[in-house]
Write a protein that binds this ligand. Structure first.
Ligand code: FES
Length: 89
């Protein structure tokens, strides 16, 4: 069962869970500023949910770069450490 370590919390979740959903359902402050209201709601088009991920997750999507992952496109496989990414806009 994967564990997610984020903002001082350890969250257990189902294997192949969506990282964005796990973080939001567990009260993790994922978005910066107004992005918490204005975002694509997880369809992978805005980039505001990007974080730095350390651990085994699904392969990077073609829309991601090597330094951050969009949580809405990330599937959890094993223990994962998540740090908030800096805004890219
Ligand atoms: S919520 Fe928009 S890219 Fe993830």
């Amino acid at each position: 069962m994967p564990k997610v370590l984020a903002q001082g919390k350890t969250i257990e979740c189902e294997k192949k869970a969506n990282l964005r959903k796990v973080l939001l359902h567990n009260g993790i402050d994922l978005y910066n500023g107004g992005a918490s209201f204005i975002n694509c709601r997880g369809i992978g088009s805005c980039g505001t949910c990007a974080v730095k991920v350390e651990g085994e997750v699904s392969a990077a999507n073609w829309r991601d770069n090597a330094k951050s992952d969009r949580t809405c496109l990330t599937i959890l496989l094993h223990e994962t450490y998540v740090r908030k990414a800096k805004l890219r806009f």
